[in-house]
Design a binder for this molecule. Structure first.
Ligand code: PYC
Length: 314
């Protein structure tokens, strides 16, 4: 079966939705099928995401039949090194792609992900509001000793992935500093591992988020987010914005329904607010825009030495 994908970007961050030719992951919960994908189909992941067909910044979205019949689809997100729990920009991109293909219409659709059900509402052809999984702060003011940076203090929070969020960026949050910010965030990630800091149930903290003042008058804050695999998020990161709302709510700095506008390192924005969750956290809604960029068939010639992408293990 041909491997058909539709590419989009959400506030600058790319998503590649696999609409045909993905692996059959059988039945069971999305978490179980995601584990099967990781164990048995890693060369499919790398072929779709890595160069020469993709790039480190791309997040893939594999559509699967949902196990929850109230959902329009199941979605497993994957990137240049593995799988993601949830992906805010990815679900916005997926909803816009499915609308572009005529598979969903206006209004809210539920999507099953490995970490829970989220709802994506098409506000227009390109604007989507996502109600995310319940998000919460796990640890407040953890201080790390990061190589080359000294002490770095931040919170640990869940927004569908685990985040370390620091309000003291080591460099101004400007696009031209993205290389230095990437290296600094990587040093923070290594310190997290060295010091044994984790999310709940030993969850790996694999996203690092620096915050600073916004540049646009209409925004509340600007961020830089390093994703697992070493690429930075061009968008303000949907799960990262959710984790930020959880921290703001826990500190009493943002009330239910109050608008928070998060600006990315490239100046794109999400609007977000929350309602109270049922487990003591918050249920964030994040709104952003996505645009379809390409409809393609990926070809993997049997003689192509890079049919599975340029993998670190060949
Ligand atoms: O938008 O949640 C997000 C995300 C995670 C990794 C890249 N984007």
């Amino acid at each position: 079966m041909p491997l058909k994908v539709v590419d989009s970007h959400t506030e600058g961050e790319p998503t590649r939705v696999v609409i045909e030719g993905g692996p059959d992951l059988g039945h069971g919960s999305l978490a179980r099928r995601a584990a099967r994908f990781a164990a048995d189909h890693d060369r499919f992941r790398s072929a779709v995401i890595l160069e020469p067909r993709g790039s480190d910044a791309v997040v893939g979205a594999l559509l699967c039949p949902p196990s929850d019949p109230s959902c329009a689809a199941g979605v497993i997100f994957f990137n240049n090194i593995g799988l993601l729990g949830m992906c805010g920009h990815g679900i916005i991109g997926t909803a816009v792609v499915l609308a572009h293909l005529g598979r969903i219409g206006p209004g809210g659709q539920r999507f099953e992900t490995p970490v829970g059900v989220v709802t994506a509402s098409l506000d227009s052809a390109n604007r989507v509001s996502v109600e995310n999984v319940e998000s919460y702060r796990h640890l407040k003011a953890v201080t790390l000793e990061a190589d080359g940076l000294g002490p770095v203090t931040g919170d640990v929070a869940w927004g569908g992935n685990w985040f370390f969020l620091s309000g003291t960026p080591p460099f101004p949050l400007r696009y031209e500093n993205r290389g230095k910010l990437t290296a600094a965030a990587e040093a923070v990630r290594q310190a997290i591992v060295r010091q044994g800091v984790t999310g709940a149930e030993a969850g790996e903290i694999d996203h690092i988020e620096f915050f600073g003042p916004a540049e646009a008058a209409a925004a509340d804050s600007r961020n830089f987010v390093l994703c697992p695999g070493g690429a930075y998020d061009r968008s303000p990161c949907g799960t990262g914005t959710s984790a930020k709302l959880a921290c703001l709510a826990a500190d009493g700095l943002l009330q239910p329904g109050q608008l928070w506008t998060q600006e990315s390192i490239i100046g794109s924005r999400y609007e977000a607010h929350y309602r109270a969750g049922t487990q003591g956290g918050v249920i964030p809604t994040v709104t952003g825009r996505a645009y379809v960029c390409a409809e393609s068939t990926l070809l993997r010639h049997p003689d192509d030495p890079f049919a599975d992408g340029i993998r670190p293990d060949g």
